[in-house]
Design a protein around this ligand. Sequence first.
Ligand code: X90
Length: 278
Amino acid sequence: MTYRIVSDSTSNLFTLSGNIDYRTVPLKILVDGIEYVDEPGLDTEALVAKMEASQWGSSTSCPAIQEWLDAFEGADYIFCVTITSGLSGSYNSALNARDIYVSEHPEAKIYVVDSLSTGGEMELIIEKIRECMEKDLPFEEAVQIIQDYQTHTHLLFTLESLSNLAKNGRVSPAVAKVAGLLGIRFLGRASEEGTLQQAHICRGPKKTLTMSFSEMVKMGYKGGKVRIHHCLNQAAAEKLKNLILSEYPHADVTVTPCTGLCSYYAERGGMIFGFEDY
Ligand code: X90
């Protein structure tokens, strides 16, 4: 049996350490008529600059069914992880691909995980799947473990601008306007349904940092794993990491840059962090 993990590019992970076969399927970003494919080699910094200077507008699109099918080809046991179905068609596209693949390969098993989230929380889910595969657990048992794990993972994010989310109808213009005020940052969370929910409005970077940490603790964080993803904001991500480590010195906390799609929506300075509630 060949095992494989397939994720869309909103996990911000093009490679996975360990020996499990892992691949990603890209989302796309269209800025002023030019398509940017969210795959290795895409220059995130240049993309962000292009979108900030955009004259004619921009949008994004999720993977086509065929792209998922190509990523499934050759594997028998597949775990597929997508960005929340509450904000993107990626999950639906993957479900369609699963149905086609399984009808053509009756021996294959595919479980499509709707992360109800993105970025750092997807990374946590992918790592848990890797753990199950490394232990060679039966497919159904791994599915159970992942479903249970998802009830113990959460996502918070801090954004300096919500204008791309508003432009593409993923958040109301009224909410985006408040967050667009100078020096105001939006602290949000992924809701249970996988949509964007406001937690707080913070004034200034210092307050945003301490609020982020206290919100994590309020949501049940007790020193477990944290996966911080950021858009061109390594410094703030490291500060958050250090704050967490000052309270929980043994916590497993990592920092990873966003690739194209998450950078487009999180915008410059944005952070998206997934964490466990134990
Ligand atoms: O299908 C598509 O074109 C992609 C649409 C994606 C829209 C949202 C991406 C959000 C990325 C921003 C903050 C995190 C919000 C997560 C809430 C569940 C990052």
